[in-house]
Design a protein around this ligand. Structure first.
Ligand code: ADP
Ligand code: GLC
Length: 480
């Protein structure tokens, strides 16, 4: 099957979070199963710089009137997965974060930038498109490509089937109603049965409403988003479309995240010999200016710093964590008030180190050198960081939600435990979980057993890729 994987980011060309990791790995996993997947993403300067074997592809005219659009044909840096970069200098050639300006505010023309990505995806999905490569499936991801299923719904002629994957329902892709005049959708699309949402246009709702199938990135999250608590106002629509909604758990790229071969960590290690992990811990303590204490349990956070991630709970519990003898290392970037709060904690607590910023190398070192990953997310569609942590023998301490619930087995199960799961979202319950983690940490045999459990679970993409293939096949069969 020919699969066009439409995304606003893909590691290593450009990544701000888990979507980038998924887009960097899933198309490759589909191709490993014999499918024919290629990535479609905007030609950001970083992406143009990193992509291999670039060749100017076809011209696509001036869709949406934003200027000349060209496809650049290229390969991902591994030289394998094909990628099409949508080049429209007026809206793509901007450095830095793909969604926001330097001051953190959204680019004012985001509606046009991502309507364009969706429009190009839809154009390429039509028979007779100028590339000669016509996908069977257009696989869209989050609001940035949510309009593609809408275009395909309204355009006449046979067309590819669409899958819309929800990585995070919190980002609605909402714009004022006047954007309807510029995004090339018919007026009738602006209604309850369409893209309208609370008097605005939601690109996310478009994907959910018009997608032939909808997936969420874990089974638990697929269930949760059909309830008012986590449905973000779209739970009714999702229940209505319930027969088309599927939960498929993400995998991880186990070559990029492999403690035995990771070039970004100083001391590689494996279950056969864990001594490298202890050396990484001391190296990390040194790098972050923490006391070099090999026996102090080191907890880390590698995260976007947003409300979703429950960072404030960690701050509320910091004193009590200190009394437990825990060291805390935080790497993240996001909301300014969380930066300020974390920085001030680090200034007053010698056992807390904070690095504000985005740093791929340090992320690997933190995951490798720590004992516990702290991830008290209020909600978590899937979460990849806890899977990376487990693969590195760093036991996650998580709230039971979404993909965290689906991936972490509590160490109350002495045979299969891989981490610590708590059931109530407050600092007291978090601390109780931390106490259990510290107790197990001081019991070396049990700790090692849990680490081996975590490191030997299969987190690879092979399973999810097979599930997506089945889903695509089902859609094509139904449409035949
Ligand atoms: P989300 O997509 O909600 O941010 P995930 O756990 O799915 O959460 O994925 C987060 C990804 O982003 C992981 O690869 C993680 O290592 C990475 N990451 C998050 N914050 C940073 C940071 N400050 N520096 C480097 N990598 C980060
Ligand atoms: C989103 C979610 C995260 C998920 C990632 C990849 O950013 O917040 O839970 O792992 O997408 O699907």
């Amino acid at each position: 099957m020919k699969v066009l994987f439409v995304t606003s980011e893909a590691f290593p060309l450009l990544k701000t979070g888990g979507l980038g990791d998924v887009a960097g790995a899933l198309p490759a996993a589909l191709n490993a199963l014999g499918e024919n997947a290629r990535i479609l993403m905007p030609a950001y300067p970083q992406a143009l710089e990193m992509a291999r074997d670039k060749r100017p592809g076809v011209a696509l005219g001036m869709p949406l009137g934003v200027g000349e659009v060209r496809l650049i044909e290229a390969k991902m840096p591994d030289g394998k997965t094909p990628v099409w970069l949508v080049d429209c200098p007026n809206v793509c050639r901007r450095d830095g974060n793909p969604y926001t300006q330097q001051d953190g505010r959204d680019w004012p023309d985001n509606y046009l930038r991502f309507a364009l990505l969706s429009h190009v995806a839809a154009q390429l999905a039509m028979p007779g498109n100028p590339t000669g490569w016509v996908p069977d499936i257009v696989h869209c991801n989050d609001w940035q490509s949510g309009l593609a299923p809408a275009y395909l719904h309204f355009w006449p002629g046979s067309r590819a089937k669409t899958v819309f994957t929800i990585h995070n329902l919190q980002y609605l892709g909402m714009f004022p109603p006047w954007v309807m005049e510029q995004i090339d959708l018919p007026g009738e699309a602006y209604g309850m049965d369409g893209v309208e949402f609370h008097g605005q246009v939601s690109f996310l709702k478009a994907g959910i409403f018009y997608g032939d199938a909808i997936t969420a990135v874990s089974p638990t999250y697929a269930h949760e988003i059909m309830s008012p608590a986590l449905g973000n106002g779209l739970d009714g629509l999702l229940r209505h479309r319930g027969h088309a909604v599927h939960g498929i758990l993400n995998g991880i790229d186990d070559e990029v995240w492999n403690p035995a071969t990771d070039p970004l960590i100083e001391h590689p290690y494996s279950t056969a010999d864990m001594s490298g992990k202890a050396s990484n811990k001391v190296a990390l303590q040194r790098e972050l200016g923490l006391p070099e204490a090999p026996d102090a349990p080191l907890f880390c956070v590698v995260s976007r710093l947003t409300w979703q991630k429950g960072i404030d709970l960690i701050a509320d519990g910091a004193e009590r964590l200190e009394r437990l003898g825990v060291q805390i290392a935080v790497l993240g970037t996001g909301e300014q008030h969380l930066h300020d709060m974390l920085r001030s904690l680090a200034e007053t607590h010698p056992n807390i180190a904070v690095r504000i910023g985005y740093d791929e190398t340090l992320a690997h070192r933190m995951v490798a050198g720590s004992d516990v990953l702290l991830m008290p997310s209020r909600f978590e569609p899937c979460g990849l960081t806890q899977m990376y942590a487990m693969r590195y023998g760093t036991l996650p301490l998580v709230y039971r939600t979404g993909g965290l619930a689906d991936t972490v087995t509590d160490c109350a199960d002495i045979h299969a435990g891989t981490g610590f799961v708590f059931d109530k979202l407050d600092a007291d319950t978090l601390i109780h979980g931390a106490e259990r983690a510290v107790a197990l940490y001081h019991s070396p045999d049990s700790w090692q057993k849990a680490r081996v459990n975590a490191m030997t679970r299969d987190w690879s993409w092979a399973h999810a890729a097979k599930d997506y293939v089945k889903l695509y096949q089902g859609l094509l069969k139904a449409g035949a």
